[in-house]
Design a protein around this ligand. Structure first.
Ligand code: SF4
Length: 507
């Protein structure tokens, strides 16, 4: 672990600069300070192994760095009205923020390669979804080879990842061509309870044993929100494209609670017209034949049974509190119940898991033959217990590398799948990506719609964050429900009003 100091005298691109530095040094402890003026003679904050000073002189951004081995500086001048801006901007010398940012990140990335001695698979891309970037260029009519070249040369993405982003953008474009996103929307419903809390979890999920008595109360409020939102959405004249019930673990609900929720949801929203209806069953220990029967009664078309790993030792360590046999049983029961579109989620980089352990998980998943598989690279956010108790796990290896990711891709291809969606998160081990693979016609449409931000996603329940894609613009407006369950229950009227105001204003 190292200590890094960053001093900002100019904060125009503070977030982008910080995120790129952090991508190179994920384990570092940061000391960030803000100053008005540069003090003469100062080099590094005391105790820092590496420090940066960010400032702007006239129209030039400069980043000075200082390490024990030496120091240096990079500079990037402001770009005036070029890409994406108007001729008028160029004429009047208006700064093109995006082009300026790209230039700073390009220079900073090369500097960080020198200070750290390594490169990143996704180059200087932080905070943007690579497939979305590729999709934008595809929609501009650019050729695949041109897009890959731009990803490599402008964003310094590796050849392998550039090819992956382009392949996924093409598959997404093909899937989306039959969906009228301009007049559609999708629905997310959150059930924030789980059988136990996983060590790496940073969602707002609540252990069922503690919250059992309030689940019905939560459902009462959720149903109120469903009814009110259905009426609001009807007034927009939009059609419903996909529905996703996630969490948490929706199958922590009892069969009767599931029926209650699904009967209201399907009565209030035109779910039967949607292309896809997913329930993320998720935790195998919550899945029973009765619950699967309830899902089938309401024509749920796609479910997820998530092993994360098929190594029992790891499951015990990460607090999943289910067995690998539970996963096999849940998957087979779902097949017997008639589900022909089952996804399985895996996590790479779990504590103590090496290449052989990942291989054995992939072998077991392959023998089950799911319809899609989502491979996540472990991302440990600040809120996760794994981070809070990091000293306890410091002896453990968290292995993730391109060879392991290649194994997952080979296994997916071996099952007749190909990649269809991709996203990245902060704090991912190895700075890699999450990739969804699926067989033909088994891609999760909701996953593509939410990643590509093609249409509004209306989110219901505690922690639901609606993303409203404003018509005829690239703007996304967010309307958020409170995360805390007690708060959600107490403030349900306010949540409904927030949603009404947002949807009426933006859609
Ligand atoms: S199942 Fe998912 S939501 Fe629930 S505790 Fe584990 S990681 Fe969190």
């Amino acid at each position: 672990m190292c200590n890094i100091g960053i001093r900002f005298l100019n904060t125009d691109f503070e977030h982008d600069i910080f995120e790129l530095i952090r991508a190179f040094y994920p384990e570092a402890v940061f000391d960030i300070t803000y100053d008005e003026e540069r003090e003469e003679g100062e080099a590094c904050a005391e105790g820092s192994d590496l420090c940066f000073l960010v400032l702007k002189e006239k129209e030039e951004y400069k980043i000075f760095y200082h390490t024990n081995e030496g120091s240096g500086v990079i500079s990037a001048g402001e770009v005036k009205g070029q890409s994406g801006e108007t001729e008028r901007d160029a004429l009047f010398g208006v700064t093109d923020r995006k082009a300026t940012k790209d230039k700073i990140k390009y220079e900073l990335y090369n500097m960080l390669v020198r200070t750290s001695g390594r490169t990143l698979p996704w180059g200087n891309l932080t905070g943007i979804r690579p497939a979305k970037l590729a999709m934008i260029m595809l929609e501009e009519g650019r050729k695949n080879t041109e897009i890959a070249e731009e990803l490599r040369s402008r964003y310094l993405v590796s050849s392998k990842k550039a090819a992956l982003a382009v392949a996924i953008a093409n598959r997404e474009k093909d899937i989306l061509k039959d969906i009228d996103c301009r007049n559609g929307y999708s629905l997310y419903v959150g059930i924030p309870f789980c059988p136990s809390i996983c060590l790496y979890c940073s969602f707002s999920s609540y252990p069922l044993n503690v919250w059992q008595k309030r689940v019905d109360e939560y459902l009462d409020c959720l149903i109120r929100e469903i009814r009110a939102t259905a009426a609001i959405m009807q007034d927009t004249g939009r059609h419903l494209d996909s529905v996703y019930i996630g969490g948490g673990t929706p199958t922590t609900l009892s069969p009767d609670q599931l029926r209650r929720l699904l009967s209201v949801l399907t009565a209030e929203f035109p779910v039967c017209d949607a292309i896809e209806f997913t329930v993320e069953a998720g935790r195998p220990d919550s899945i029973t034949a009765d619950k699967l029967a309830a899902l089938r009664e309401f024509n749920v078309s796609r479910i997820s049974v998530n092993p994360q790993t098929m190594n029992q030792k790891t499951l015990d360590l990460i607090g999943r509190r289910h067995t690998t046999e539970d996963t096999v049983r849940a998957f087979r029961t779902a097949r017997e119940a008639g589900f022909d579109d089952i996804n399985m989620d895996l996590i790479i980089g779990l504590p103590g898991e090496d290449e052989n352990m990942v291989k054995s998980t992939l072998d077991e998943v392959t023998s089950l033959d799911p319809d899609s598989m989502t491979v996540h690279s472990l991302a440990v956010k600040r809120a996760a217990r794994l981070n809070i108790f990091r000293d306890e796990y410091k002896e453990m290896t968290f292995e993730n590398n391109q060879r392991i990711l290649d194994l997952t891709m080979q296994a997916a291809y071996g099952m007749g799948m190909s990649p269809y969606y991709l996203y990245r998160q902060k704090n991912m081990k190895g700075n890699f990506e999450n990739v969804g693979y699926s067989k033909v016609d088994k891609a999760g449409i909701y996953n593509i719609l939410i990643m590509e931000e093609k249409e509004p996603i209306i989110a219901l329940g505690a922690g639901g964050a609606s993303k409203l894609v404003v018509p005829n613009s690239n703007r996304i407006e967010r309307v958020e429900n409170v995360k805390d369950v007690s708060n959600y229950i107490a403030r349900i009227d306010e949540m409904i009003e927030r949603k009404r105001a947002g949807i009426t204003r933006w859609l």
